[in-house]
Design a protein around this ligand. Structure first.
Ligand SMILES: [Zn+2]
Length: 147
């Protein structure tokens, strides 16, 4: 699916401060990692170039294959130290990837919440199973012993 940039990736671009953001397609290049063809763009507001890769979460990573592995480790409750050991990298690499994942997931969450708010919010009734399980176990552990 072709990517359509929503804004210029350069923070000092005039399009970030009210000017309309327009871009033009500026060719392709072959990426060494993953052997993909990457679309290049030119921002018409600041006349600088960027690519699909600039907008991706694995931009400038030496080992982009680690990012989904670290994500699966986080949701599987693998510790940071163990995760670094399993994937044969340093803890600092794992920490940097984790920070990148954290920012990406937060941006995704914020975007989804904004979309939901635009549709009228959650409504009056919603299910949240984890909260119910947590409440149940907390109440049971605090109840007095019957014996
Ligand atoms: Zn720009």
């Amino acid at each position: 699916m072709p990517i359509r940039p929503a804004c210029c990736p350069f923070s000092d671009c005039p399009s970030r401060s009210g000017a309309p953001f327009e871009y033009r397609l500026d060719g392709h290049y072959e990426r060494g990692v993953g052997r993909r063809s990457i679309q290049r763009f030119e921002c018409l507001a600041c006349r600088r170039g960027f690519s699909e890769q600039t907008l991706r979460v694995d931009y400038r990573l030496k080992r982009p294959e680690l990012l989904p592995r670290f994500f699966h480790d986080r949701v599987s409750k693998v510790t940071h130290r163990q995760s670094a050991r399993i994937h044969a990298c340093s803890r600092s690499t794992e920490e940097r990837h984790f920070g990148r994942l954290r920012e990406h997931c937060k941006a995704f969450h914020d975007k989804q919440m904004a979309l939901m708010a635009a549709r009228g919010g959650l409504g009056e009734v919603f299910l949240f199973d984890e909260q119910e399980t947590f409440e149940h176990s907390r109440l049971r552990s605090r109840s007095p012993c019957p014996c």
